[in-house]
Design a protein around this ligand. Structure first.
Ligand SMILES: Nc1ncnc2c1ncn2[C@@H]1O[C@H](COP(=O)(O)OP(=O)(O)O)[C@@H](O)[C@H]1O
Ligand SMILES: Nc1ccn([C@@H]2O[C@H](COP(=O)(O)OP(=O)(O)O)[C@@H](O)[C@H]2O)c(=O)n1
Length: 597
């Protein structure tokens, strides 16, 4: 399969997600990708063929003016196809002759033209090696070409007879994952650092490297969002009711997908009518719309200092689960409200007397049940296979159900620093109407309660709670061959070492001022499902992603000590995984995208 190098240049970097979406939709596979910052020396190396030309300095300055996304794309005839998709060199001309091209859409002029693509197989090979030197080789700093790494002490390579014994399958796989990790996370930046180092020959090369890597760190933070827990269950199972309790006691923020969609209907946006019709019919709104809304709300909650966000009523389809993971983050776990239809129907009809909701009537309720069983239950199966579902018996009275939930949240939190002096009160949690943040005075009262650490034991005045990475099963490195990794979705998309679902067919979306439907993080490897059409309309106003602030310290919440929950309350708690804190694999480089603690 032919490969080509594709660059998203600094002028289009902010819209790289849209570029990648178009790349994937056009049938390319993103074999490798890396975000990096070019230095003047590296840029000059890359454009060595233009040495002496009058525009070279300007070009290099431009290429160093911000980060770039380098990708290796593959497809039959990838070189030509990518150049066609890029469009003519001059973005101004492109807008009249190839208005759908990348340069027309994302570029400014002849120099700031959004993208680069190799122009021949030779150039592709050279350029790919420039950005993605083969593993075990180091770049030749003078030419940019890769060369075999010298043996320790500068010795020549050993003859084959003295070669180390063949490696096991596991070792080979670990090496491949480590290679992938290094290539996507480090190689680009490190290569640039070494090139600059060789040029500047500082007296203290280590300090120089440290300084450089800090300055040009393309991954300055891990997941920029507060922790996320999905709250799922049938309509009327009690998700909203219990979310309000969690907000009250744990300081989390409740983000209801249904509420966000209903707000959108109210706002009379262009998509509002379509969303309103879908809600009435119990249909599921296309994932990219909901994710756009959710992401905005999650960013807002994170910025407000929420330690966690309850995402209520999402994902509603298996492919939306994968889409969310790639566009936003992985959830810590899924709280599932198990409730028979009969009970839910009674509750919804009762709720319908006052809720004013267009779908709390028997006709819509029946449709919602059908949609839930057919499309949403597989999401539970999916997460259950990953061991990340906390299943609640939701038929019991509100207080009883909450006791179980409180225990789950308390258990899933790790008691950290117990020094009251170092503690601060939680930020006032933004909550859905009806839930009341706990006032300071009440917090002080709760502070006198026993710690959750061990029931009955006198606790600290306040206890700092942080989510334990080890307690969140799907946060630790996932092995590609682990059971349950395979997705049921037909449009499964391999992402790095694991297979994730992607929403296959998304209804055509009218232009609307939504947040850009962001796509997978650049370092993931994407293959285009033939029918993927999650692309925004070209004329859609796409807000640039709000830059989320670095994740704040988890706010401190003093959950009241829950009475012990009976076994029957937690139907499938996977407590085996909750209790023990599984250790991260020693070679954590095996996880291409480890979630930070
Ligand atoms: N455990 C429960 N027992 C009885 N009624 C409940 C329980 N949980 C919620 N309800 C009621 O059922 C209705 C639906 O609950 P809600 O939290 O709105 O569900 P969801 O958000 O899952 O659609 C509400 O009127 C609520 O007061
Ligand atoms: N992720 C979501 C959440 C809700 N919705 C729509 O919004 C409706 C109401 O969802 P909701 O979560 O507020 O309410 P319940 O169905 O849980 O009671 C659903 O029936 C869907 O039509 C959606 O399309 N996608």
């Amino acid at each position: 399969m032919e490969q080509t190098l594709a660059l998203v240049k600094p002028d289009a970097f902010a819209r790289k997600d849209e570029v990648v979406l178009k790349v994937v939709s056009a049938g390319f596979t993103v074999e490798k990708s890396a975000e990096l910052q070019l230095t003047p020396a590296r840029a000059a190396q890359f454009y060595a063929e233009h040495a002496g030309k009058p525009f070279l300095d300007d070009l290099c300055n431009f290429m160093c003016s911000g980060r770039v996304l380098a990708m290796v794309l593959s497809k039959e005839g990838a070189i030509k196809a990518w150049r066609e998709l890029m469009g003519p060199t001059d973005s101004v001309a492109a807008r009249s002759t190839a208005p759908d091209s990348m340069r027309a859409l994302f570029g400014t002029d002849k120099q700031k033209n959004a993208c680069h693509g190799s122009d021949s197989p030779e150039a592709a090979a050279r350029e790919i090696a420039f950005f993605f030197p083969p593993s075990g080789e180091i770049p030749d700093l003078a030419t940019g070409a890769a060369q075999a790494a010298p043996m320790e002490g500068g010795a020549a390579a050993e003859p084959a007879a003295n070669a180390p014994p063949a490696r096991s399958e596991g070792q080979v796989r670990a090496a491949a994952l480590a290679k992938e990790y290094l290539e996507t996370k480090l190689t680009g930046t490190l290569t640039g650092a070494l090139a600059e180092l060789a040029k500047d020959t500082p007296a203290d090369p280590i300090a120089y490297l440290v300084d450089y890597l800090r300055k040009f760190n393309p991954h300055p933070q891990g997941s920029p969002y507060a922790k996320i827990v999905f709250v799922l269950g049938g309509p009327g199972s009690g998700k909203g009711t219990q979310s309000a309790n969690i907000v009250r006691d744990f300081g989390w923020t409740h983000v209801s997908a249904g509420d966000l969609l209903r707000d959108e209907v109210q706002s009379k946006s262009t998509q509002g009518k379509m969303i309103g019709d879908m809600i009435k019919n119990g249909q599921i709104v296309p994932g990219h719309i909901t994710i756009g809304l959710l992401k905005k709300a999650i960013v807002k909650a994170t910025d407000a200092g929420a330690p966690g966000v309850l995402v209520d009523g999402f994902p509603r389809k298996v492919d939306q689960a994968g889409m969310f993971e790639k566009m936003v983050a992985k959830a810590e776990f899924t709280l599932f409200f198990d409730c028979p239809e009969k009970v839910m129907e009674e509750r919804l009809l009762e709720r319908g007397k006052t809720s004013g909701r267009s779908d709390d009537n028997i006709k819509s309720i029946k449709k919602r049940f059908k949609t839930f069983v057919e499309q949403s239950m597989p999401v539970i199966d999916y997460y259950e296979a990953k061991g990340s579902v906390r299943r609640i018996n939701a038929t019991k009275p509100v207080d009883e159900v909450y006791r179980t939930i409180n225990a789950i949240f308390t258990e899933a939190m790790q008691v950290g620093n117990e020094k009251a002096a170092s503690l601060t009160a939680p930020a006032a949690p933004p909550a859905r109407a009806g839930s009341k943040p706990k006032p300071q005075a009440q917090l002080a009262e709760v502070a006198k309660m026993p710690s959750n650490k061990s029931e009955g034991e006198a606790g600290p005045a306040l206890t700092r709670h942080v989510f334990s990475t080890a307690l969140a099963p799907n946060v630790v490195a996932e092995q590609p061959s682990a059971e349950g990794q395979e997705m049921p979705a037909s449009a499964a998309v391999p992402v790095g070492s694991e297979t994730l679902p992607v929403e296959a067919a998304v209804a055509p979306e009218p232009a609307a001022p939504y947040v850009a439907p962001v796509v997978a993080p650049a370092e993931t490897s994407l293959e285009a499902p033939a029918e993927l059409s999650a692309e925004p309309a070209d004329d859609q106003a796409l807000d640039p992603e709000p830059e989320p602030k670095p994740k704040p310290e988890p706010a401190l919440a003093p959950p009241p000590p829950p009475p012990p929950a009976s076994d029957s309350d937690v139907l499938s708690p996977r407590s085996d995984q909750l209790q023990a804190a599984p250790e991260l694999p020693e070679d954590s480089a095996q996880s291409p995208t480890p979630m930070p603690a």
